[in-house]
Design a binder for this molecule. Structure first.
Ligand code: GDP
Length: 478
């Protein structure tokens, strides 16, 4: 046992200070035990309360998970279409929706919501989730059974569906709903949701939803910052996360263990190109402009950020050879992008010219898939491997608005330099800014005061929920 830890010297804390449960078979998911060898040590320790709540969740999941007696019983209510009183087990069903980065953020959001409301999270496997992620909970699967009654409606659920909570509120009041008590409700928390859907973030509505056995959720957003603004959840969240900016970091490290297929992609790449460098720098390039890159203004922006923030050394265009002054330090730069253009230009730059410091800079990019192909297996394996590899950096540069970058920074516990979004094909000045925290940004938060029933700037209510660096109307935990 523990060959890996022996070869690195001291045995490491494979269970991350108690964050992970010990009850798993090692071979079926190597990343769960080996990731500690690749990641830096956790910056903060998970609170003992978080750890005890996770163990309590696991016990609930075991009691209520797919095909347990309680599951079958609660399913009967759903099939009959009639609410027959409070059930032992209540559920959040997560619908697989949107790009991989978005889905990783929404899995954390749904899981934390389930934890806070004593529900069990069941995951629609979509086409690829089981191919990418190991089971996170011991003993009982988190995957929604394929014979789940509403499954073939998932794709069609939208704001107009009669089961949609926001839609229900357009036609009736909560007190009427309390009398009707549906056994299931569809929660539309997609970025295009409206004011009625957003009432999800109000205490009164949470009070009603608490009684509904099946909540079916479709979202593409990291909605946790707004959970911190719901008075009835506030204290529990403080207890779970004394350091607020660690929410995604801890829950992400708890939930997301790459399958052996993806772990192979990660570890082979890491050992071959990154392991031996003195410093690892991740640069994540995501261009939301239309038209095919690479764009000169984006290349200029990357280099301007890396040079002004001293992340990469300048080159000397006059001399052919510069002998290093002190030790010959090496930097490995891991770039990720759908196109190869930026990588090729920067790689050539450091080949054709010496650095002024004498440092050796290697530039690497695992793939260039050209365009987003959400439904293809190997495409998303590579995307997941690349997010994970970025999270193993010492220093990280990310692109504005990209959930792909948020996943990397959160898993890695890194406060990245964020490249501002270019406007009108022009690189902004300054090109980048250091993030306030490692947390992802909630791109579509509600701006509503549930008590006063008026609009309000939800980024100005408490000091730990603020507007994001990369999206002025977004919210993030700091
Ligand atoms: P976002 O659109 O940047 O917020 O990130 P998402 O992950 O939600 O969606 C983008 C999708 O495009 C990813 O899931 C990948 O499938 C693909 N993609 C985007 N950038 C990259 C990249 O740098 N490498 C790879 N392999 N895929 C990428």
């Amino acid at each position: 046992e523990d060959d890996a830890s022996q070869s690195f010297g001291l045995p490491k804390d494979q269970l991350l200070g108690g964050l992970l449960s010990a009850g798993f078979d090692k071979g079926s998911c190597l990343s769960r035990y080996q990731s500690v060898e690749y990641h830096k040590e956790l910056l903060h320790k998970p609170s003992s309360y978080l750890i005890s709540r996770l163990r309590r969740y696991e016990a609930l999941h075991k009691q209520c998970g797919p095909y347990t007696e309680s599951y079958n019983k609660t399913l009967e209510q759903l099939k009959s279409g009639h609410y027959t009183g409070p059930s032992e087990c209540n559920y959040v069903v997560w619908i697989s929706f949107s790009g991989l980065g978005n889905r990783i953020l929404t899995l954390v959001s749904s899981f934390l919501y389930a934890l806070l409301t004593n529900r069990v999270l069941l995951v629609d496997p979509g086409v690829d989730v089981a191919d990418l992620l190991c089971e996170p909970f011991p003993d009982v699967s988190w995957f929604l059974p394929t014979d789940f009654p509403l499954k073939n409606q998932f794709n069609n659920f939208n704001q107009e569906s009669p089961q949609c909570y926001g839609k229900m509120l357009k036609n009736t009041t909560i007190s009427n709903l309390n009398r009707l008590m549906p056994p299931s409700v569809y929660l539309h928390l997609v970025h295009d949701y409206d004011d009625h859907d957003k009432l999800f973030f109000c205490d009164g509505d949470q009070h009603f939803l608490q009684k509904v056995p099946w909540l079916i959720m479709k979202t593409d957003n990291y909605f946790i910052p707004s959970l911190f603004l719901i008075p009835s959840l506030e204290q529990e969240l403080m207890n779970l996360f004394p350091k607020k900016e660690t929410v995604f970091h801890f829950l992400g490290r708890y939930l997301f263990h790459p399958t052996n297929q993806v772990w192979g992609l990660i570890t082979r790449y890491y050992e071959a190109y990154l392991a031996k460098a003195d410093e690892r720098i991740g640069i994540q390039i995501r261009v939301f402009d239309t038209g095919t890159g690479p764009f000169q203004h984006v290349l200029d922006q990357i280099l301007a950020c890396a040079m002004t923030e001293n992340l990469l050394p300048e080159i000397n265009r006059q001399q052919h050879i510069i002998s290093p002054s002190g030790t010959n330090k090496s930097k490995a730069v891991l770039m990720t992008s759908l196109s190869a253009g930026y990588f090729e230009k920067i790689r050539d730059m450091y080949w054709e010219h010496p650095t002024v410091t004498g440092e050796v800079v290697g530039i690497y990019q695992p793939s260039h898939e050209e365009y987003q192909q959400t439904e293809k297996l190997f495409h998303n394996r590579k995307a997941w491997a690349e997010m994970y590899l970025l999270s193993l950096s010492d220093v990280l540069v990310t692109s504005s608005w990209s959930t792909f970058g948020y996943v990397a920074q959160g898993l890695g516990g890194l406060r990245p330099w964020i490249l501002y979004k270019p406007e009108n094909q022009t690189a902004p000045n300054p090109p980048c800014q250091r993030a306030m925290s490692m947390e992802p940004c909630f791109h579509a938060p509600p701006f509503y005061d549930c008590k006063a029933k008026v609009g309000i700037d939800t980024g100005k209510i408490v000091p730990h929920v603020r507007h994001c660096e990369d999206m002025s109307w977004g919210l993030k935990l700091v």
